[in-house]
Design a protein around this ligand. Structure first.
Ligand code: GLU
Length: 156
């Protein structure tokens, strides 16, 4: 079972998110990652193994980001690799996602997206989500999320 933590607020949140993931360690995981929204976009760091590896990969916490998220992964679809660790992004890098659970119909969605020219960077079921969100996003992210969830549930 994976763990997810997110923060939106006024404090620099890198340490807050890493500390939060440590509190979720008891749930078990095989890899982990964080994404912080800095002035020039998302900074994503992922690592295989325990959170000490993620801290090592992230380096000294210098980010002033006040919005971010973290994920501990328990792989169900795709090997335990850095590329398969969450967060996952759309092609533009504007949308970044972590997910807990399984996208049951991901194979069909993945091949539809590939037919439309989307290049996947991981083997996970989760990566369909940022690409679907990007395709549905015309400025209303809530509507894009609703349309994406409907697709994940196989409604169209
Ligand atoms: N199915 C997703 C994956 O394999 C998420 C697994 C989890 O809940 O950690 O990446």
């Amino acid at each position: 079972m994976c763990g997810i933590i997110g923060y939106v607020g006024s404090r620099p949140c890198e340490e807050l998110i890493l500390g939060g993931l440590e509190r979720l360690e008891y749930r078990g995981y095989d890899s982990a990652g964080i994404a912080l929204l800095d002035d020039d976009g998302f900074r994503t760091v992922r690592a295989v193994g325990n959170l000490a590896e993620l801290r090592k990969a992230a380096g000294a916490p210098v980010s002033q980001a006040t919005m971010g998220m973290g994920h501990t992964r328990w792989a169900t679809h795709g090997r335990v690799t850095q590329a398969n660790a969450h967060p996952h992004s759309d092609v533009s890098g504007r949308i970044t996602v972590v997910m807990n659970g399984i996208v049951e119909n991901y194979a069909r969605l993945r091949s539809q997206l590939q037919d439309q020219g989307v290049v996947f960077l991981s083997e996970t079921d989760a990566e369909v989500i940022p690409h679907l969100l990007a395709r549905h996003d015309d400025g209303d992210l809530v509507a894009a999320m609703r349309a994406t969830v409907a697709e994940l549930e196989g409604h169209f």
